[in-house]
Design a protein around this ligand. Structure first.
Ligand SMILES: Cc1cc2nc3c(=O)[nH]c(=O)nc-3n(C[C@H](O)[C@H](O)[C@H](O)COP(=O)(O)OP(=O)(O)OC[C@H]3O[C@@H](n4cnc5c(N)ncnc54)[C@H](O)[C@@H]3O)c2cc1C
Length: 427
């Protein structure tokens, strides 16, 4: 311990939290702690114990909807998100044009995702496309939303449903014990032990499934990610789309690969800005850049069933279908993308078994990492589809928790009925 009174005073001044602790102790009539003790208290990690029926990991496109559905169906629900807001690729990634909710002139996806999207459009004074006839290009039926409005509305809906949101936290380990999951999670200054009956992995890369050692699918080559930005005088959220640079090799596996994707994306945008200015465009300004790169493709689960390209393009109606999907086959490569629209009248479906990792119990997945081959996934990964399967996962997990069971043992009729009660369209 530093014995010099002056130096000691200086040291304590430099730690505001430590000073506050000492002041509180003095006011309470206690002895002022020595410097070493004070610093230890300031750095201590809060240990939190949380019991829940359902833990959703990942508060993105699918996870937000899964959590709201689970909570509205009566489950005590915790939503753990490593970032600081909800919406994932839609908001933080800047891909703020969810689709597709309609196929061939008819709505095929509704429910909680549609509720939030339409509320966001209304609150922003925006406009929905005319869905009455199939558009000449699929993207004309995407709904342009203001991502800031969407994120706060999603947060409000979670809170109103009673979801406990844990920002800045992520699981370190997940263990199974006596029909419960024990999840050890960390965040800055916190360590949380979650005990829950059901787990929903909505991380976009099946991170939890990987931690548990269940098989995942991923090819050598993956689609590029993108970093979204805008050059110009200003950016009108909810009124225009951002520009994007491809980030080839973008990989969401871990913090090192995610960092690399951000560095590559930002450097490319900087190079473009320099080139514009060097080319004489002195008014070129970077007015918007998203905080992180967005990933198109990562790990998918090996589920109880794998949706194949043939299933997707023929619109196979699975016996255990819980939601629809609709989008062209949309595989981005180094040379760009040529979406292959579905044949007229085709509307693919998503079976419950494609959300469940093979041979797992009390574990379900939603979002882009559902069990599918690469080509089928290039169409299934879009936002409306992720929202719809997120709602299905939330309903299945909540019912499984109530019955001390596993999602695949819940009678399908019960899951479908719960989904309908909460506004979803079920095949
Ligand atoms: C550039 C680009 C353009 C696209 N264009 C379209 C389009 O035009 N229309 C369309 O509908 N779709 C589009 N998509 C696809 C779509 O946006 C995504 O596939 C979809 O949003 C994925 O949803 P998700 O819920 O699976 O993942 P995300 O929305 O990415 O959510 C995952 C969440 O999990 C969190 N997370 C990750 N790991 C952990 C962890 N270990 N612990 C805690 N939290 C964690 C993340 O922070 C994130 O919030 C596009 C995608 C990209 C990248």
């Amino acid at each position: 311990m530093n014995k010099d009174p002056l130096q000691r005073r200086g040291f304590l001044k430099s730690t505001a939290a430590a000073g506050a602790t000492w002041a509180a102790a003095s006011m309470a009539g206690g002895d002022a702690p020595n410097a070493a003790e004070t610093v230890a208290a300031a750095n201590s990690v809060a240990q939190i114990e949380t019991k829940a029926d359902v833990l959703v990991v990942g508060g993105g496109t699918a996870g937000t909807i899964a959590a709201i559905q689970a909570a509205r169906a009566g489950a005590k629900t915790v939503l753990m998100e490593q970032g600081s807001q909800l919406g994932g690729t839609m908001t933080v990634g800047g891909v703020a044009f969810p689709g597709l909710f309609h196929a061939w002139g008819k709505q095929i996806i509704a429910g909680i995702g549609w509720e939030l999207v339409t509320k966001a459009v209304e609150m922003d004074g925006g406009k929905l496309p005319d869905f009455s006839t199939p558009p000449p290009r699929h993207w004309l039926h995407q709904v342009l939303i203001n991502p800031h409005v969407y994120a706060v509305l999603a947060e409000e809906a979670c809170r109103q449903a009673g979801v406990t949101i844990c920002y800045y936290e992520f699981p370190l380990s997940v263990k199974s014990a006596a029909k419960q999951w024990l999840v050890d999670a960390v965040g800055p200054g916190t360590r949380r032990a979650v005990q829950c009956s059901q787990l929903i992995d909505c991380t976009g890369g099946a991170d939890v499934v990987g931690m548990l050692g269940f098989p995942r699918l991923r090819e050598e080559e993956t689609q590029p990610g993108s970093m979204l930005y805008k050059f110009g005088d200003g950016f009108q959220a909810g009124r225009e789309r951002l520009s994007a640079v491809y980030v080839h090799g973008a990989d969401s596996s871990n913090s090192v690969t995610r960092t690399q994707a951000n560095l590559t994306g930002r450097q490319e945008i900087l190079s473009r800005l320099r080139a514009r200015r060097a080319g004489g465009d002195k008014r070129a300004r970077l007015v918007q850049i998203q905080p992180e790169a967005a990933f198109r493709e990562s790990y998918r689960i090996q589920g109880e069933v794998v949706i194949t390209h043939a299933d997707y393009v023929t619109g196979r109606v699975f016996d255990d279908a819980v939601s629809y999907a609709f989008y062209p086959v949309d595989l981005h490569t180094r040379s760009g993308v040529r979406p292959k629209p579905l044949a007229e009248g085709v509307v693919p479906t998503v079976p419950l078994r494609s959300l469940v990792p093979q041979d797992s119990r009390r574990l379900i997945v939603a979002g882009r990492s559902i069990s599918s081959d690469r080509l089928a996934n290039s169409g299934l990964r879009v936002q409306a589809t992720c929202m719809a399967n997120g709602q299905a996962a939330g309903a299945a997990a909540a019912l499984a928790a109530q019955r001390s069971s596993t999602p695949l043992d819940v009678p399908l009729d019960m899951i479908r009925e719960t989904l309908r009660q909460h506004g979803a369209i079920v095949p």
